[in-house]
Design a protein around this ligand. Sequence first.
Ligand code: BV8
Ligand code: ZN
Length: 248
Amino acid sequence: MTPGLAALAERIAAAPRLTVLTGAGVSAASGVPTFRGNDGLWRHHRPEDLATASAFQRDPALVWAWYHWRRARIAECEPNAAHRVIAEWSRRDGCSVLTQNVDDLHVRAGTRGLIRLHGSIWELQCWEQCGQSQWREEPLPLPAAAARIDPPTCPACGSLARPAVVWFGESLDPSDLAAAGAACDCDVFLSVGTSAVVYPAAGLVHEARRRGAFTVEINLDSTPASAAVDLAIQGPAEDILPRLSLPH
Ligand code: BV8
Ligand code: ZN
């Protein structure tokens, strides 16, 4: 085992408080397209075209077609070894798992106490915010590549439904933000598979380091956070994480 990984595995095993932040890179091996990679979702679209409330206001059927396509893609994906290691860590006291991913693969891997900073693509909410709580609705058996699909409707008021995700320009759930802030009080902070460009999530590793955490980045490439962390490991999360998980 690479000496750095062995020492890090020991440090993680001994850490009373461990926080893991994940991005699309942990789901890449499961086949979920990332946002900014060369197969990235955004390659064909610009974020402001689709993942914003104004885009949905302007053309709900276009935005919903994109989410329908993503849901169809994600439905074929299974959690990978990175999700499984993180789920195992999540069962330890003092471990927090924060994700930017909306694919729910951490949920399906059995992750305990998961904080989904950007919501879930599998949940819907009322566009008019009539008070109806979020709900789940299976995708209609429509062609995954349809260019426009009318969104579902709210069961309470009949207006449009929208994905229960946090769009650009929208604030994160205050309770999620508070939990994420608390999770920065930790001994080891792992930033895994994120390009570290989307805030406020991208600010967390810096806050953890400021509070004295040993900060680690695991990514295929370097990111704006690479120079700021204590240890930047270049490699695929699905290979690296199992080597950081010591058998009990
Ligand atoms: C906010 C959910 C306060 C939807 C997403 C102007 C106006 C308003 C706000 C802003 C503004 N300018 C800037 C902002 C802030 C903005 C922001 O940060 N913009 C960035 C682009 C500069 N943030 C916001 O708007 C946030 N809200 O600030 O509220 C506010 C309110 C009003 C006005 C002002 C402020 C909301 C941010 C959340 C947006 N929603 N998604 C959906 O998914 O459809 S963001 C989207 O990007 C996803 O959630 C994704 O998770 C997230 C981050 O991307 P990554 O997960 O990092 O994925 P990416 O593809 O980028 O990178 C993958 C990485 O993995 C790569 O590094 C790759 O190398 C690596 N990798 C690949 N394979 C592997 C791997 N690593 C390891 N192993 C592998 N196998
Ligand atoms: Zn409603």
